[in-house]
Write a new protein. Sequence first.
Length: 103
Amino acid sequence: MSNQSPALVESNTADREETKGDDRPPIEAMNPASKLVYVVLEREGPLSTSELAEQTRLKPDTVRRRAARLNGVGHVRSRPNLRNPSENVHELRTSETRGGCNG
């Protein structure tokens, strides 16, 4: 038997139903820096780590950590920056780039 209250169990079930077919956590549940990185990528398109740091006014290390977190949960795709091998280029994942060979 579960130790969770009925209201909590019902809430967890509703959360799972809302994300059916998309098991990524909602961006609204992410921390503010992650949300900021996501929104800037949504608005501007693919950006390098340094460009994201400039646009968000976050430190490059913070951008790297937040982009890695967003990448880990499937919201962002990061790839090497061919112009500067010491950083990545980050972009939002579309339904075509989630998982599989592109992920």
